[in-house]
Design a protein around this ligand. Structure first.
Ligand SMILES: NC(=O)c1ccc[n+]([C@@H]2O[C@H](COP(=O)([O-])OP(=O)(O)OC[C@H]3O[C@@H](n4cnc5c(N)ncnc54)[C@H](O)[C@@H]3O)[C@@H](O)[C@H]2O)c1
Ligand SMILES: CC(C)[C@H](C(=O)O)[C@@H](O)C(=O)O
Ligand SMILES: [Mg+2]
Length: 347
């Protein structure tokens, strides 16, 4: 008998509840097939946390996450709180910090059969296969923010140790892939980037089997969509990683197919699409559920070492998209639930 695992589900806001419901449907079917014993604990988070408890990260939500085996998050961000004293996004940053989720892994893959979904040329995108390793608990997100009537400042702060652990993480990942790390910075201007580059060079000496190259963030943004096949593992600071990973979604064709995993040094990991709550399409059952389903696949693989379940979901997503069953973001007319109905038939 394997021990029952606890997964905390944070549906959040906007399209969050719709895509979470579909993800849990798929997880149930897959779990039966792979004999994965689990329970789902649903908790309020983001705008939904503010509505219910007056806080985007209610205490009981944080406690449940800390005591879980893994966390599945859909999306947060509620326009009604955009100008409020407490925003939904603060809950997400607080959760990442509280759980020490410093390593955010955002994979990008384009299979030949799905290359037509990208607005970019086929020959540019086919075979793209890289990972953005984004530092997630430091940098300008967590430095001091001061907003006054006629001036404002945001402090970008990184310690050597924060940089070293994320660079090491990138090298460890590259070692199991194509053995190349591209460290992305703005070393021609920023002090934090000068330290970042120095530490990347130091860490590289611990991994003689992995090649390190440096790339300035502005030209990296260009190369990502003109020559994406040059990349294997991109490692970068919090803000650059946020921007570059949304840009990378142009390669597979939509933010709606982009999953992620966030890891700490010891505690539970969190899995979430890289996109937001998409208020423009919320409540219509038209969101692409693939980002969420691929996040469930990452959860099975990375938190529970279940390669069979993970591949089952990934292959079924590819098959359904290859059949031309697509949500609107990819030019189709399938609804969220129709996509998942079709997918479940392939499981
Ligand atoms: N991790 C998160 O929960 C997270 C991530 C990013 C943004 N946000 C928040 O989400 C809110 C909206 O932000 P935004 O509009 O800049 O970004 P967004 O990612 O929510 O949406 C950007 C565009 O992509 C589309 N899109 C996103 N996900 C999709 C999906 N699964 N299927 C189809 N189309 C999809 C949206 O309709 C929109 O046109 C903000 O409050 C923001 O702070 C949250
Ligand atoms: C909602 C926001 C705070 C978040 C971030 O900037 O990290 C989002 O854009 C993401 O990519 O997860
Ligand atoms: Mg983002």
């Amino acid at each position: 008998m394997t021990e029952k695992k606890t997964i905390v589900a944070l549906s959040g806001d906007g399209i969050g509840p719709e895509i979470m419901a579909q993800a849990l449907r798929v997880l149930k079917v897959v779990a039966e097939k792979i004999e994965f014993d689990y329970e789902v604990v649903e908790k309020a988070f983001g705008g939904a946390g503010i509505d219910q408890f007056g806080h985007p990260l209610p205490e009981e939500t944080l406690l449940a996450c800390q005591n879980s085996d893994a966390i599945l998050l859909a999306a947060i961000g509620a326009p009604k709180y955009d100008n409020a004293p407490v925003r939904a996004e603060q809950g997400l940053l607080a959760l990442r910090k509280a759980l020490g989720l410093y390593a955010n892994i955002r994979p990008i893959t384009v299979h030949p059969a799905l290359a037509h979904l990208s607005p970019l040329k086929r020959e540019v995108v086919v075979g793209s296969d890289f990972v953005v390793v984004r530092e997630l608990t430091g940098g300008i997100y967590f430095g001091e923010h001061t907003l006054e009537e006629t001036s404002a400042r945001d402090v970008n702060d990184y310690s050597a140790e924060e940089i070293r652990r994320i660079i090491r993480k990138a090298f460890e990942i590259a070692r199991k892939r194509k053995k190349k790390v591209t460290s992305v910075d703005k070393q021609n201007v920023l002090a934090t980037s000068k330290l970042w580059r120095k530490i990347a060079d130091e860490v590289a000496t611990e991994y003689p089997d992995v090649t390190l190259e440096h790339q300035l963030v502005d030209s990296c943004a260009m190369l990502m969509i003109t020559n994406p096949k040059k990349f294997d593992v991109i490692v970068t600071e919090n803000l650059f990683g946020d921007i570059l990973s949304d840009e990378a979604s142009v390669l597979p064709g939509s933010l709606g197919v982009m999953p992620s995993a966030s890891h700490s040094e010891t505690g539970p990991s969190l899995y979430e699409p890289i996109h937001g709550s998409a208020p423009d399409i919320a409540g219509q059952n038209i969101a692409n559920p693939v980002s969420m389903l691929l996040s469930v696949a990452m959860l099975l693989r990375e938190s529970f070492d279940n390669e069979v379940g993970a591949s089952m979901i990934e292959q079924a997503c590819d098959t359904v998209m290859n059949e031309g069953i697509l949500t609107r973001d990819l030019g189709g007319d399938a609804s969220t639930s129709e996509f998942v109905d079709a997918l479940i038939k392939h499981l």
